[in-house]
Design a protein around this ligand. Structure first.
Ligand code: KIV
Ligand code: NA
Length: 264
């Protein structure tokens, strides 16, 4: 198996082959993900919550992201590494250039991810012009939690669904290479996936996306409290982290996950 590349991800969409993605924050988990044949590893700013114990992703700094991205990179041989640009690290083009340069240069990421459209589409365009691969992120965008008023499904009414579809077109036109759709109704994610040429990666976005992503600790059943609807404990039914990661990858590739019970 050779290393996963950005053009290969585009080819997967054309071929109708699902893209499997999971978060990791350190070298040991990264190596396990890589060994399981998972395509893409995301160093998510979810680390603010699952690693640091914060109640949102907002306190995460660029230094934190660079540190964890570099650690994950040391564990990988094949999987493509994406790192999140944290809150307010890409508010202007110049800031986005400087922040992406650190995630790619020091953090060894192959792609950066950022949330939003509108002004963020301009930032995507600026990065894409410099040949920096970008993953867009729409729907429930956790860096906007204070404006959204909580973590809940987005794009439920027709007006908001149309706006999300326009945003998806805009980030694709701006040059994004991938699009994460978080907590949007299945039917809307299906429309967006059919509409845009770039692969869509769903989390709480139903079974019709071109790929799926989960937070590692959700997948391992470590999430305290009530399980989020969109996640599944893949450690149940196996006896190792490797087994859980293989089960997750198989379930995404076969279309068994997500099922309607994990969707909106
Ligand atoms: O930070 C993260 O883990 C993410 C995924 C949930 C897509 O952005
Ligand atoms: Na994130």
């Amino acid at each position: 198996r050779s290393a996963v590349t950005v053009p290969q991800l585009h080819a997967r969409k054309q071929a109708g082959e699902k893209i499997v993605m999971v978060t990791a924050y350190d070298a040991s988990f990264a190596a396990a993900v890589d060994a399981a044949g998972i395509d893409v590893v995301l160093v998510g700013d979810s680390l603010g919550m699952v690693i640091q114990g914060e109640s949102s992703t907002l306190p995460v700094t660029l230094d934190h992201m660079v540190y964890h991205s570099a650690a994950v990179a040391r564990g990988l041989h094949k999987a493509l590494l994406i790192a999140d640009l944290p809150f307010m690290s890409y508010a202007t083009r110049e800031q986005a250039y400087a922040s992406a340069a650190r995630l790619i240069g020091e953090g060894r990421a192959a792609m950066v991810k950022l949330e939003g459209a509108g002004w963020a589409a301009d930032v995507i365009h600026a990065l894409a012009e410099r040949d920096i691969p970008v993953c867009a992120h729409l729907g429930l965008t956790p860096q906007s939690v204070h404006k959204l008023g909580g973590y809940r499904v987005q794009g439920r009414d027709e007006e908001r669904a149309e706006r999300l579809l326009d945003d998806a077109r805009a980030v694709a036109a701006a040059g994004a290479d991938l699009l994460v759709l978080e907590c949007v109704p299945s039917a809307l994610a299906q429309r967006i996936t059919a509409e845009v040429a770039i692969p869509t990666i769903g989390i709480g976005a139903g079974p019709h996306c071109d790929g799926q992503v989960l937070v590692m600790y959700d997948l391992l059943g470590l999430t305290p409290g009530k399980r989020p609807r969109f996640s599944k404990n893949f450690l149940a039914g196996t006896d190792s982290v490797a087994g859980a990661l293989h089960a997750y990858a198989d379930a995404v590739r076969s279309g068994a996950f997500p099922a309607s019970e994990h969707s909106y």
